[in-house]
Design a binder for this molecule. Structure first.
Ligand code: SF4
Ligand code: SF4
Ligand code: F3S
Length: 429
């Protein structure tokens, strides 16, 4: 089997196809800490693409409550267990290699879904969820738990007792009792499990933007994609007997929406986000297959420079292009097993943000057009304090966002304005 380079693992790994990269890659950052689980994203997606016969159970976008929630139920626990059965105790990171451009989180020394798949004669390890597991998209909504309950409840939940899951003593801002929302769409992975699995070669990754699509004419409903996508994002439709998945709203990415006059526009689920937790863009891929240096690109800056946003389950090996600012209050051990060893750095950066990061984070949902570049105009200092013993200064800088053609589409200040409701509109007077 060929070997490909996975920068999120800091090493090469097995993959059924030779390494090949698109010119640009669809990518996004979700800020977990701001999500209110209003499900507006889910409904925007559902009402745009998923309202026909046979699609009733489909949610290409879903928001689940961790740790118990999941759509389909317990998909992450099951995948993790399947790999651990093949490689017991070996799912570890070597973080001693330091932070390098090609290995920003260290080197993962365990097995990916492809490594484990090779051991059992499959492209990737996986399973097909039962109808029951697909049935309750928002099961365990707002259900809190504690690490003690997780570890003691091993038989019920399947959580591992291995080191990454354990809590090593909790102190604020970690909460022993916790839950958080995880927003999920297809990650348009660099090395998609779905694409690797399909015997019909019906799944392809577009060279112009890295969006992963199922060719509806080629698909014969073999469901290997459903089985071997670890994130369980391809979904089978009984009425057409083919599978479907998130299409990254590609007509909008292509600038086909008349609202933006030909300029790339963010997807429906991003644009609808009430909590302003989502930003999506396209990042340029260099000759070496890595993200080309693009210092003034907001996603490049957040993911590669500040490293405040991390991939979901990088150890599964698909190199997902969805990134998350990890939850600041959940036990670190839990967050680490989900987002890898970059969690501590990411939370530190988010808790005490640099002047530039604070400005750039204002761009989340500042425009429906895709932002390809930002700039910051310095403003006066408005506030200073100490956060966890570190000095923090806030400046009322102005951040600008530019679309693909270089036109300004967003201008927003760090200090958000306060609007005082006029007396005649105050209802309790
Ligand atoms: Fe394929 Fe799943 Fe990755 Fe989407 S998240 S590209 S469906 S492997
Ligand atoms: Fe749906 Fe588009 Fe979001 Fe994909 S990107 S989940 S197709 S709204
Ligand atoms: Fe292939 Fe999945 Fe269709 S495995 S044939 S794309 S159902």
């Amino acid at each position: 089997m060929p070997e490909v380079y996975n920068w999120q693992l800091g090493r090469k790994m097995l993959y059924p196809y030779e390494e090949r990269h698109p010119k640009w890659q669809f990518a996004f950052v979700f800020n977990i800490n701001r999500c209110l689980a209003c499900q507006t994203c889910s409904m925007a997606d559902k009402s745009t693409w998923l309202f026909s016969k046979g699609q009733e159970y489909m949610w290409w976008n879903n928001v689940e409550t961790k740790p118990y929630g999941g759509y389909p139920q317990f998909y992450d626990v099951k995948i993790t267990q399947l790999i651990e059965q093949v490689n017991p105790g070996g799912q570890v990171w070597n973080v001693r290699v330091g932070r390098k451009h090609h290995a920003p989180y260290g080197v993962f020394e365990g097995m990916t879904i492809f490594d484990a798949g090779a051991k059992v004669g499959q492209a990737a390890i996986g399973y097909i969820p039962t109808d029951q597991e697909w049935r309750f998209v928002n099961i365990y909504e707002d259900t809190a738990t504690s690490m003690r309950a997780l570890v003691e409840g091993i038989d019920k939940t399947g959580f591992s007792r291995d080191e990454p899951w354990k809590m090593t003593g909790s102190s604020l801002p970690e909460h022993e009792t916790f839950f958080f929302y995880l927003q999920r769409i297809c990650n348009h992975c660099t090395y998609p499990g779905c694409l690797a699995a399909c015997p019909r070669k019906a799944i392809y990754k577009r060279p112009e933007d890295g969006i992963v699509l199922i060719d509806q004419n080629r698909c014969r409903g073999y469901k290997k994609c459903v089985e071997q996508c670890p994130f369980k994002k391809p979904m089978y439709r009984g009425t057409t007997r083919v599978s479907e998945k998130c299409i990254a709203c590609y007509p909008r990415i292509e600038g086909k929406d008349p609202l933006t006059g030909g300029e790339p526009m963010e997807t429906r689920c991003m644009a609808a986000c009430v909590g302003k937790i989502r930003m999506q863009s396209l990042v340029r891929i260099g000759e070496d297959g890595l993200w080309a240096e693009d210092r003034w690109h907001p996603l490049y800056y957040a993911i590669r420079v500040e490293q405040v946003a991390l991939p979901l389950y990088p150890q599964w090996g698909t190199e997902p292009n969805g990134f998350y600012i990890p939850p600041r209050h959940s036990p670190r051990g839990y967050a680490r097993q989900m987002f890898g060893p970059g969690v501590d750095n990411a939370i530190e950066k988010y808790l005490v943000p640099s002047r530039e990061l604070l400005a750039v984070l204002q761009l989340w949902r500042a425009s429906q057009q895709i932002i390809f570049r930002y700039d910051v105009i310095p403003g006066p200092k408005v506030f200073e304090t100490q956060i966890h013993g570190k000095r923090f200064e806030m400046y009322n800088d102005t951040v600008l966002g530019f679309n693909k053609s270089g036109k300004e589409v967003a201008r927003i200040q760090v200090e958000e304005p306060i609007y005082i409701r006029p007396a005649e509109r105050v209802s309790w007077l």
